[in-house]
Design a protein around this ligand. Structure first.
Ligand code: 5GP
Length: 186
């Protein structure tokens, strides 16, 4: 039976993390994705329950009181949190679980579950990153500026991760991601 394990994947916004995760989940349907709760607004292409559970700030705060989250954080002025039971049940069933969370969340999960493997996805250069972020076109100008500012701070955390992958081309970065996941499984 395959070994259950958490894989924490973090990146700056526009680092290409979501594309890599989508590709991985499509190729390996047995890998679970931890759907976070967030208080931010839903983007047009997103689906409630698949990308996130979209809840209000008040609902989020109530869940914090109820100890519902393994970890939670304020990112770009919105709440984000990982539902605890999903993770604990998945690990009990020896599942591999992907967490797409920010650098604060990564640190907090590692403290609680030290066997978790943390991976930071890096853009190949600052120029390429800014270009990709602008072309994404999912945020207002103000939100974009906030993500750039936070991204520059988040890059300082990269050395705390177990692995770093430079996302220069999707195929190469994806191969590296798969190698990490299967190597850890040997
Ligand atoms: P976005 O709003 O672009 O989907 O995500 C913003 C940031 O929040 C990303 O870095 C994403 O990884 C992070 N994030 C998403 N879910 C969680 C979570 O449950 N906990 C934490 N700490 N960060 C999260």
């Amino acid at each position: 039976m395959s070994q259950g394990r958490l894989y924490i994947i973090s990146s700056v916004a526009g680092g290409g993390k979501s594309t890599l995760i989508r590709k991985l989940l499509a190729e390996f349907p047995e890998i679970l994705f931890s759907v976070s709760c967030t208080s931010r607004d839903k983007r047009p292409m997103e689906q409630n329950g698949l990308d996130y559970y979209f809840i209000t700030k008040e609902e989020f705060q109530k869940k914090i009181q109820e100890d519902y989250f393994l970890e939670w954080a304020l990112v770009h002025d919105n709440y984000y949190g990982t539902p605890k039971d999903f993770i604990l049940n998945g690990l009990n069933q020896n599942k591999k679980i992907i967490l797409d969370i920010d650098v604060q969340g990564a640190e907090n999960v590692k403290k609680k579950i030290p066997s978790a493997i943390s991976i930071f996805i890096l853009p190949p250069s600052q120029e390429v990153w800014l270009e990709r972020l602008k072309n994404r076109g999912t945020e207002s100008r103000e939100a974009l500026e906030k993500r750039i500012k936070n991204g520059l701070k988040e890059l300082n955390y990269k050395d705390k991760f177990d692995f770093r992958i430079i996302n220069d081309t999707l195929e190469r970065a994806y191969t590296e991601l798969k190698e990490i996941i299967w190597k850890e499984n040997l």
